[in-house]
Design a protein around this ligand. Structure first.
Ligand SMILES: [Cu+2]
Length: 182
């Protein structure tokens, strides 16, 4: 009710008067500030808990979606999928399939050459997309004849999450080329 006195504090004499008056009656405004700060601290803590994805010490929580395989070319076949991690960081360290002699992660460089990579990082809170024209899983030595609509089981081995199995559905090669950006 008398808060305007604080802003009217422009005279040297009146100023000292106002200040002494303030000291006795200003518990109100200051306690309000303390309440606001306390509320902000609580809101921040709740937000941090809800957004736990940012905590590097949290266990990883990986889900695999959109798994699809190109048609077999010779005895090789490329698999694309999305790794979503709602938890702390993890790394894909190996992959396999009962339908293939070997499964490797392949990156694709600027000139379209494929390079094998032994590990694939899945950072905290990240979506890692393996897409046509980029990183994929290369199945080599595929013995079974796989037609469009068939599924290929893929076992993914993560450093912290352990083994995750996903079925990739075989799709026409043309549908993968259409996905390719540019
Ligand atoms: Cu490849």
């Amino acid at each position: 009710m008398t808060d305007e006195r604080v802003t009217e504090d422009d005279g040297p004499v009146g100023g000292s008067d106002d200040r002494s008056g303030e000291a006795t009656e200003s518990g109100g405004p200051w306690s309000r500030v303390v309440v606001v700060i306390a509320a902000l601290v609580v809101v921040g803590a709740v937000a941090a808990a809800v957004l736990g994805r940012a905590d590097p010490g949290a266990p990883p929580a990986i889900s695999v979606t959109d798994a699809r395989a190109g048609e077999r070319v010779g005895t090789t076949l490329a698999v694309y999928l999305t790794l979503s991690n709602e938890g702390g960081p993890d790394t894909l360290v190996a992959a396999g399939s009962p339908d293939a002699a070997r499964v490797q992660a392949h990156g694709t460089d600027e000139v379209g050459m494929m390079r094998a990579s032994s590990e694939l990082d899945v950072p905290a809170g990240a979506d890692v997309r393996l897409e046509p024209g980029g990183t994929h899983l290369m199945l080599e030595g595929v013995g079974r004849s796989l037609a469009v609509g068939d599924t290929v089981p893929i076992e993914l081995e993560f450093d912290r999450s352990g083994s995750v199995t996903v079925d990739a559905q075989v799709v026409p090669l043309e549908s993968l080329v259409e996905d390719r950006p540019g």
